[in-house]
Design a protein around this ligand. Sequence first.
Ligand code: TXA
Ligand code: MG
Length: 313
Amino acid sequence: LENEGIVALPTETVYGLAGKAHSERANKRIYEAKNRPADNPLIWHVHNIEKALLLFDLSTKAEQRLKILAERFWPGPLTIVAKKNPQINSPMATIAVRIPKNEITQCILRRCDFPLAMPSANLSSRPSPTSASLVLKTLNGRIDAVMDGGVCEGGLESTVLSIDEEIKVLRYGLISSPEIEDALKEGVITETNPHTIMSPGQSYLHYAPKVRKVSLLNINDAAHFWFKNSTILGRKGDIAELLRRFGARIDGAATIVLDDQPVLFAKQLYEALYEAEQNEERDLILLAPPRREDWAAINDRLRRAAGSALNGI
Ligand code: TXA
Ligand code: MG
């Protein structure tokens, strides 16, 4: 990392592709390895709040908010976006910063003592990797190394939150809006208006497994579906319900059964999307979990995997 190499590292959310954030060469290599659109900025990772504060240029109000959030959620799966320190060379007026919790990566960040730019360690548009072998699935031969830290604890990316003026969720993630509201005692805006995309990454195709077609299906609409030659991915309870209600139609379909609880479902989801690729010629049908707050980040990822580019659709 000191010599501007790029290395995939485990975090508690997903694996990231790390490079020295101040290095133009490392940044260029990250964008090339991921085939990432040049206008989609990277999250900077540091190991403590002092280092994080150096990257921002905060109003008094934003600094208050950041300190409360850091106290409650850092190290952990929250990325904070605010006005950047003008000395930092980037085309954006803001910067996104996170302190990850994973011990291996914490240790590396401490040893480096410089910030690491770290997007998810996958080819752009593909599902994020939750293990070292999933990193290699799309980046083998394109990066210098991967540090194997086992399976990620969380399995979904961090929540990206902007705090300068309104407090706004730019990307749903492992920290829910009610948790943020509870910490800040302020309201949080969650819906993303398609005309005012604030987080460039939100406008691209994401999490797309390589199969013929991906659809997101509400179980109540399943009567209109024929499942025979498809792969069905859903909660254990929903798949059982589907079998009860439409048994014959499901004959011959492959199933990928995930946990009924959102925390475990999240942990299993991306690996399951890659698993679905083993049946590349089949349609993939994702069974939608309830539209509840504790499923919000998962629903967001499922909608994107099915090809809807924006939040809230
Ligand atoms: O959990 C995570 O956040 C993982 C781990 C590795 O830390 N990283 C990750 O990075 O998911 P990435 O690059 O895949 O997603 C970062 C998101 C993108 O949607 C990007 O557009 C947004 O954060 N972002 C980065 N800088 C931003 C900024 N200054 N303003 C608004 N959005 C920003
Ligand atoms: Mg990503």
